[in-house]
Design a protein around this ligand. Structure first.
Ligand SMILES: *[C@@H]1O[C@H](CO)[C@@H](O)[C@H](O)[C@H]1NC(C)=O
Ligand SMILES: *[C@@H]1O[C@H](CO)[C@@H](O)[C@H](O)[C@H]1NC(C)=O
Ligand SMILES: CC(=O)N[C@H]1CO[C@H](CO)[C@@H](O)[C@@H]1O
Ligand SMILES: CC(=O)N[C@H]1CO[C@H](CO)[C@@H](O)[C@@H]1O
Ligand SMILES: [Zn+2]
Length: 377
């Protein structure tokens, strides 16, 4: 018996996937966070997204009150004012921190510091889709006007109208928004592609911008954006794509790291793993090593995943660790859509909505013979 038990512990215990602990981890994330995360308050919507999408990947969305959550997310929509003077500031804000009164209906109120943030608009729309909302209360034209106002002459995007860093991350968020709203009038695609191409570094990964160091996160944003635009093979030659595949494959050590000579980190199992999946070569990586590394960062007491073994779990690494496990086919998890970073279930919901939008537009335009171009999926 002793031998059996020792054998069981050493062989199986470290690889246990503690589903219920993770469900509770994300439930707690939706309610309260430790003080060390106080500075994330302005981006609370992204934290909510990690938790909601994490629960979706775990197939555990039934533990939350969907309608309350949907209403709260709509209360973060920056709506146009009566005179539309702020339309280029629309989108979703990250939380209620600037003190705009709670409201889920328009018109919006004027406030000098109120505006959408491109990553909040992206995670807000994803969250609504995950919750099964049909986006009928999203002011699409205002979101798209807000987006257009964020694009710079070089093709990159700011996060907020006042200006901020501008790089491929925000191009990715903008591309996801256009893709979800099924309307690319929110960006100049050609300019965005030029910026992405310019960020391809000499060693065949992508940097934050031209001349910057290659990095797994930027490479994900670049490749996923081009996939969402349906322009991957047009923007990059076959030879370039092969070299990018090679750069990404070389990022696997046990788990993945984001840059040469850096330690492995849970989140790159998603950033690099999803890029490899989008480039059709994920199957050439070693899944077992990947899985073992991610599971070594699992917090066995409170649930969630951390960046490294023996460090604190946080919502981002918890979510991306789960996505990494889902990509390698962990049996109890839902599949993740690698480019949009939501589950295939939520993605199918989006496809149904878009089909309904097309059908209703077609009804109104039968006399004008509009030709609908199908989206890349
Ligand atoms: C995908 O999800 C992660 C975690 O939610 C988030 O940090 C990121 O903004 C999302 N988009 C990208 C670039 O993957
Ligand atoms: C969208 O959902 C709301 C309820 O959430 C419903 O009242 C409305 O009819 C739906 N709209 C469409 C176009 O399906
Ligand atoms: C009255 C007011 O604050 N309007 C603002 C709405 O947004 C536009 C675009 O940023 C500003 O120029 C206006 O001042
Ligand atoms: C759980 C899991 O993903 N297991 C996979 C590990 O990788 C091997 C191939 O490398 C697969 O056969 C397993 O299914
Ligand atoms: Zn990380």
């Amino acid at each position: 018996f002793d031998t059996l038990q020792t054998k069981e512990l050493s062989e199986f215990e470290p690889l246990d996937f503690l589903r219920d602990r993770h469900v509770r981890f994300f439930q707690r994330t939706l309610q309260v966070l430790p003080e060390r995360y106080a500075s994330l308050e302005t981006t609370r919507l992204t934290i909510i997204f990690f938790a909601l999408s994490g629960l979706d990947v775990l197939d555990a969305l039934d533990v939350i009150d969907r309608n309350t959550m949907i209403e709260w997310i709509y209360s973060l929509q920056v709506l146009p004012t009566d005179d539309q003077s702020n339309i280029s500031r629309c989108g979703f804000r990250g939380s209620s921190h600037i003190g705009i009164p709670y409201s889920t209906k328009g018109p919006g109120v004027l406030h000098p510091y109120d505006s959408g943030h491109v990553a909040m608009t992206y995670t807000g729309l994803c969250s609504l889709l995950i919750l099964g909302d049909n986006l009928s209360r999203v002011n699409k034209q205002a979101c798209l006007a807000g987006l257009r106002a964020l694009q710079l002459e070089d093709g990159s995007f700011y996060a907020v109208p006042e200006g901020s860093e501008n790089d491929i991350r925000f191009i990715y968020c903008a591309a996801s928004i256009c893709y979800m709203l099924d309307d690319w009038s929110g960006m100049d695609i050609q300019k965005a592609i030029e910026y992405i191409r310019g960020s391809l570094s000499y060693d065949n990964g992508f940097g934050q911008g031209a001349g910057r160091e290659s990095h797994g996160g930027w490479t994900y944003c670049a490749i996923a954006s081009l996939c969402l635009m349906g322009r991957l093979e047009e923007a990059l030659s076959r030879r370039e794509l092969d070299r990018i595949r090679r750069w990404c494959i070389m990022r696997q050590q046990s788990g993945f790291h984001g840059r040469p000579n850096k330690p492995v980190d849970t989140c790159y199992s998603f950033w690099v793993g999803a890029t490899l999946e989008l480039l059709d070569v994920f199957q050439y990586t070693n899944f077992d090593k990947n899985r073992s590394f991610i599971l070594s960062t699992q917090d066995r007491l409170v649930g969630g995943f951390a960046k490294w073994p023996d460090s604190h779990p946080d919502p981002l690494h918890a979510y991306l660790g789960l996505c990494g496990l889902s990509l390698i086919g962990e049996p109890s998890l839902r599949k993740v859509h690698p480019a949009l970073n939501i589950t295939q279930r939520a993605f199918q919901h989006l496809q149904q909505l878009q089909q309904a939008w097309k059908d209703s537009t077609a009804q109104y335009s039968t006399h004008t013979h509009i030709i609908f171009v199908s989206l890349p999926s």
